[in-house]
Design a protein around this ligand. Structure first.
Ligand SMILES: *Cc1c(COP(=O)(O)O)cnc(C)c1O
Length: 443
């Protein structure tokens, strides 16, 4: 629940539990219960974990939670967008919402959860925590810089414990405000601060589940090549976790990235290079530093924390660092690779996918399907992760295909739900006072 470790590092399990692969007849909740139970250790009973998973995944509109659809010969799309806010972040966030509420209620405690969002995370968090009795959620989004559909998913829950702050600034300003809140120890303790951004370990663990269920659906012994539209690399790292826990028949994973290609440079050249993020049609992947790479780095270094720390220190000081030779060799043998897709090719892919299959895909998913066209043929089955529903990015879908990506029926009233958000200046003190004020009002 702490998100970031006190020394600024990321949490990883002490050892990888070996978990029985999923069976084709096991339900999503059954598999999730086994995997998340293995990471919960003694802190939750098996019945607790099952209850959390049942409640979390009952909010999905498809009975298999993350179904596969065939898009070509030996090629499947894993649909991760059947949750309440139409993006894959719901899969982990719905679980996290249940987890926090259970633990805090038992402890008789209350927490202030904060998150900065450029779009999808805020909506997924709002849907997950709406109505939770022991959590106040504060979402900081850059005012007038998120898409209307993304904003509506955050601001229309109607729940009194969800506080939307529209900051006069950009996404980096929002993230800097959150970092500054955590750095202020006394404030952090006073309001019992917690974070749910993509470095939270529980999110990674929850995302390992759909890799396991997909392996079972494709066939327990059939090697799969996964193609994952990537930003912070949380989704892709979850695939690695599944492999390490014995849940996959092999491991081959292509990180498909947009013009923000730091992750590709890392995986292909072993070089960490700071670059300013540029705007693309796939905004959820506009990341300059893929934060979960640090976890993979730690693993391939043979868990030498000092090597990781030294390299990151150099990177922080100079804006670039070369991974040590002792790490680049093992990194090349992990099964990870990458493909970069530019903006024009992303839009062209949305058109081509539609003309070939009749289906509309979101621009993030298109980065994945475009990557497939540029990869060498293989005997392995290919599974592309579809990270959002086309309706979440209607402007881009219209531009690329001329089609109107209508919202699914279950959220077709989104435009009519009343919005609640408060505009705030880019000012740390005022935002802290706002959070304090909220706490006193409820006490
Ligand atoms: C967050 C997000 C991604 C990137 O996922 P990471 O885990 O950060 O790599 C890709 N597509 C969509 C739609 C997202 O919301």
């Amino acid at each position: 629940m702490r998100g970031l470790a006190p020394d600024g590092g990321l949490y990883v399990p002490e050892a990888w539990p070996q978990i029985q692969p999923a069976a084709p007849n096991e339900s999503y909740v059954d598999v999730a219960t086994r995997i998340l139970g293995a990471f919960a250790g003694d802190s939750l009973s098996a019945e607790d974990v099952r209850g959390l998973c049942e409640r979390a995944y009952s909010t999905f509109s498809h009975h298999s939670v993350t179904p596969l659809s065939q898009s070509g010969p030996n090629t499947f799309v894993m649909e991760l967008h059947h949750g309440p806010t139409l993006a894959f972040k719901d899969v982990a966030m719905q679980f996290i919402g249940q987890l926090y509420d259970l633990i805090l209620t038992r402890r008789g405690e209350r927490m202030s959860v904060v998150c900065a969002t450029s779009g999808d995370t805020g909506g997924a968090a709002a849907a997950a925590f709406a109505g939770a009795t022991s959590v106040d959620l504060y979402i900081l989004h850059p005012h007038e810089r998120v898409s209307p559909v993304q904003r509506l998913f955050m601001t229309t829950t109607g729940a009194p414990n969800i506080h939307n702050l529209a900051v006069d600034g950009d996404f980096d300003d929002c993230q800097a405000l959150i970092k500054a809140m955590f750095a202020d120890q006394s404030f952090s303790q006073e309001v019992r601060l917690s974070g749910v951004n993509s470095i939270n370990w529980a999110r990674i663990a929850a995302q390992a589940v759909y890799y396991a269920t997909t392996q079972a659906a494709i066939g327990p012994d059939r090697p799969i090549r996964f193609i994952v539209p990537s930003g912070n690399m949380g989704d892709a790292f979850a695939g690695y976790v599944a492999a390490r826990c014995g849940l996959l028949a092999g491991f081959e994973l292509v990180c498909a990235v947009n013009e923000n290609k730091t992750l590709a440079t890392l995986l292909e050249d072993g070089v960490m290079q700071r670059e300013q993020a540029v705007a693309t049609p796939s905004p959820a992947m506009d990341i300059s530093v893929p934060s979960n790479f640090e976890r993979l780095f730690f693993e391939v270094s043979g868990r030498e924390g000092d090597v990781v720390r030294r390299t990151y220190e150099q990177y922080r000081q100079s804006g670039s660092a070369i991974l040590p030779d002792s790490v680049r060799g093992p990194l090349g043998c992990t099964g990870f690779s990458s493909k970069v897709i530019n903006n024009g090719d992303t839009l062209a892919e949305m058109r081509q996918f539609k003309s070939e299959t009749g289906a509309l895909i979101c621009p993030h998913t298109a980065v994945g399907t475009a990557a497939l066209r540029r990869l060498a043929k293989t005997d392995a089955t290919t599974v592309i992760l579809s990270t959002a529903h086309a309706a979440k990015f209607p402007e881009t879908v219209l531009e690329a295909t001329g089609d109107d990506a209508g919202l699914p029926k279950r959220c077709s009233d989104l435009q009519k739900r009343g919005e609640v958000f408060q505009r705030v200046p880019n000012d740390l003190k005022q935002i802290k006072d706002h959070i304090r004020g909220q706490m006193t009002a409820e006490a």
